[in-house]
Every structure is written in C-alpha cells, then in structure tokens.
Design a protein around this ligand. Structure first.
Ligand code: CS2
Length: 437
C-alpha cells in the first residue's frame, strides 16, 4: 500500500516518515513524496533512492538512523504524476505539510475563491486539465476527480500542519472547491473520502553544516539530505482511515476521539513559548532556543506565559506541570541548535493560534496576562526591525504594522490580531517600551 505526501520538508522526514519506518508493517507501505516549490530535496533524495540519515540529537550524543520509508520522490510541479497516484487503488492516504497558507483560506476558513491561483484551478479542473492545477486545494480536488474517474475506491486525507483542527480545515477547502467544479463530486466524497486530524510534534531545526559533517565523519557516508531532530516525538491522531493505514500506534502514535486538548497543549505551551522566545529573545541578541531558555530572565518570561496558558487549558494541572517540565528539558538540549530566526518566520499565521486565544480569554476573565502580552509586544518590535529579520508569508500586510511611532504600531498590531481590550493594549505598549530599552 502507498501513502502520498505533499511537502517534502525536514519536519515530515523526521516525523511521519520515521513513524512509518518504525511501524511493524513498514514493509507493506511506501511513501511517495512531492516537494514544495523548491525541488532541491526531491532531486537529492532521488539520487539517494529516497534514503537519508536521521540524526537524533540526544543530549548525550547523536544517534544515526537510516530512514527508508520514502520509496519515491517527485518535484511538486509534476502534477501529472500526482494524478496517477490518486488514480491508483494502492494509494490509501494523502498526507500533507503545506503550511497554513497553502490551504488558501479566506477569513471565515472557507476556500478563498478570490485568490488568483484558486480561480485558475477552478477553470482548469472544469476543463478536465487536471494536471494543470497549481494550488494545494486544486491538487486535492483534481486528484479526487481522477480517483473517482478511475473508480479507485476509498482514500483518507491526513493533513499534518501545525494548526488546530487541520482535518476540518482541509475538508472544508476540499468540499468548497469540489462543490464549485463538480457538484456531483460531493456525494462521491461522502462515500469514499475520510479526513483525519492530527497533532504533530518533533522539533526539527535546519540541519547545519556541522551536523552534515558529523554524519560524514561518524557514519562514513556523505549525506546532503540528512535531517537533524530531537529524541522526543509525538503524534496524536483522530479520524477515519477508510482504506487502511500503517500500524503507527506500535511506533507510539496515539489514536483518540477528541484531539482538541492535545492540540492546545502543544500549540500554546510549546509553540507559544517558541514564538515568545523567537521575538523577545532575539531582541536580547540570543540566536537559539537553547541560549534563550538558559537566560534566567527569558526563562522567567516563558514561565509567565505558561502560567497564562495553563489557566485556559482544558487539562488537569498535574498534566500541564509535567508537560512544562518536559518542555524545559527539550529546550535545554545543548546539541540542538534550533535557530530562533526559523521560528520567527510567519508570525502572522502563528500568533493568532498560539498566543491570542489565551490572551483574550484571560482579559475577558478580568486577569492581566502579562506573559502573553509580552509576546505581542516583542512581535511589534520585530515588525519594527528589532531582533530576528522579518520573513512572513503575509509580509506585505504585516510590515506596515511596524511603521510610525511605537504607540501607533501597537494599535495596528492589536487591530490586526483582534486584541480589543484597552488594558491589554496599554500593557503591550509598556512591555514593548521596557523590552526596547
Ligand atoms: C516552531 C515549530 O517553527 C515554529 O514556529 O514552533 O516548528 C516547532 O518546532 C514544531 O511545531 C515542533 O513540533
């Protein structure tokens, strides 16, 4: 059986590919992976027959694993090949890591039908030119048309992006587009397509030259496609696998009915503190998570944020306390050179799901969530050119928020993020002034 994965990044190769590699029925499954816009990785991987080294950076020393679960790699532009896979009954799962922006959603969470790429995809699917689609929703829906026409049976979508309720997110855009291009497809989707939602976790920094050199020296193999990651790995999945799946539970994946508490725990505690450090600690000239968490003042800011998040998490305190302790250990791993600049990217997509919900809920409850407000203050400074450089899919929209006086910036940032409480706004301004001093 086969899995097709769209988005051949480091994270996917440290996570889903690892779970599949270590599953007891791994020999019955192969992953065909398509790169994103840049094809460098798919070319490299092809030369290596899909094999690569996973460097697990344990505090006591590196462990090297060879991963062989990716059986084929293709450039993302080879949509004709992707359509062949969709039409193949052996393909049971379509997974993806295309980032939130890749799903081309509007403010209500539906498909953004004003987007030029979506408009073009609607026309080409209607014209039957399936291999000409360009957006991710276009590829998914063109693929389903190809699958239905080939009578290739049931299939399941498994989005692995770091956003809440990613299964519902994908289902919504797929159904919206299907309805536009061919209303009769909706009934076929009801009968044949499953959607799974997942919480994914494994910190995967960019593999540095130092790591690649260690691979060469310690394993004797030059591997430019090597991936560096941490020992910790977690995958929580909820969903309907209509055409089967590997025995991922044997590799430690958890299958649950309600994924929400797991997602919020991870997004708020891990990713929220990551974003806080990415902006606040780079203003203080720190470069990696390890350097940031080792600074007592920044560690204090992280704890303050966790106190805010903990009050809003639908989980028992003991569980959250244990998770916080485990996170500190992960962040304090001295081998992981996780660059804060990597995490600082795309704040416009990250802060609304990582920090703002707990901030607004705490203000509404009459509390003063300083730990959350500091993250927003630090992002404001980031947009004003302090700390990590701006690298955001919505750069055009967010760069102007950093212009004008600091007071004006704070107002614009709060408007953008939907932070209306006047107390929150004035606290964000004073925290920004303090951090900037
Ligand atoms: C990070 C994540 O890029 C980021 O913003 O917070 O990539 C983080 O390392 C992963 O979600 C860990 O699972």
């Amino acid at each position: 059986m086969k899995i097709v994965h769209i988005g051949l990044g480091n994270f996917f190769r440290a996570h889903e590919a690892w779970y599949t590699e270590t599953a007891p029925d791994a020999d019955q499954w192969g992953i065909a992976a398509f790169s994103g816009r840049t094809t460098g990785v798919s070319d490299l991987m092809k030369e290596q027959d899909g094999l690569y080294t996973l460097v697990v950076q344990q505090p006591e020393g590196n462990k090297y694993e060879v991963i062989s679960s990716i059986s084929d790699t293709h450039p993302g532009q080879d949509v004709a090949k992707l359509m062949e896979y969709f039409a193949d009954p052996q393909v049971a799962i379509i997974s993806s890591t295309v980032t939130e922006g890749g799903y081309v959603r509007n403010a209500e969470g539906g498909l953004d039908t004003d987007d030029a790429g979506v408009k073009a995809d609607i026309e080409v699917i209607k014209a039957g030119k399936l291999a000409d689609v360009k957006t991710a929703p276009g590829k998914f829906v063109a693929g389903l048309v190809a699958r239905r026409d080939a009578d290739a049976g049931a299939i399941t979508f498994l989005p692995c992006d770091n956003v809440p309720d990613n299964g519902a997110m994908a289902e919504r855009v797929i159904r919206d587009l299907a309805q536009i291009v061919d209303p009769s497809l909706s009934g076929w989707i009801d009968e044949h397509v499953g959607f799974a939602t997942t919480m994914v976790d494994r910190i995967t920094p960019k593999a540095s030259d130092e790591v690649l050199q260690a691979v060469a020296e310690e394993t004797g193999v030059e591997d430019p496609a090597a991936v560096a990651t941490e020992p910790f790995v977690e995958w929580v999945i909820s969903g309907d696998f209509r055409a089967g799946r590997p025995q991922w539970e044997a590799s430690g994946a958890q299958f649950v009915d309600d994924i929400t508490p797991h997602e919020l725990r991870k997004l708020w505690l891990l990713n929220g503190s990551h974003s806080l450090m990415a902006y606040a600690a780079t203003v203080k000239a720190k470069e990696t998570v390890y350097e940031a968490i080792s600074d007592p003042e920044i560690r204090g800011w992280v704890d303050q944020w966790w106190d805010v998040a903990q009050k809003q998490l639908p989980l028992p305190d003991e569980e959250v306390t244990a998770y916080r302790k485990a996170l500190v250990e992960r962040f304090e791993n001295p081998r992981m050179k996780d660059q804060l600049a990597r995490i600082a990217a795309d704040g416009s997509q990250k802060l609304p799901i990582r920090i703002v919900p707990a901030l607004n809920a705490e203000r509404a409850a009459g509390n003063e969530p300083i730990g959350a407000e500091r993250a927003i203050a630090a992002w404001t400074l980031h947009l004003r050119g302090k700390g990590a450089p701006i690298n955001d899919v919505r750069a055009d929209q967010v760069k102007p928020l950093g212009e004008g006086t600091l007071e004006e910036s704070v107002v614009k940032v709060c408007d953008f993020l939907g932070i209306a409480d006047p107390g929150a706004r004035s606290s964000i301004l004073s925290l920004a002034q303090e951090l900037d001093a």
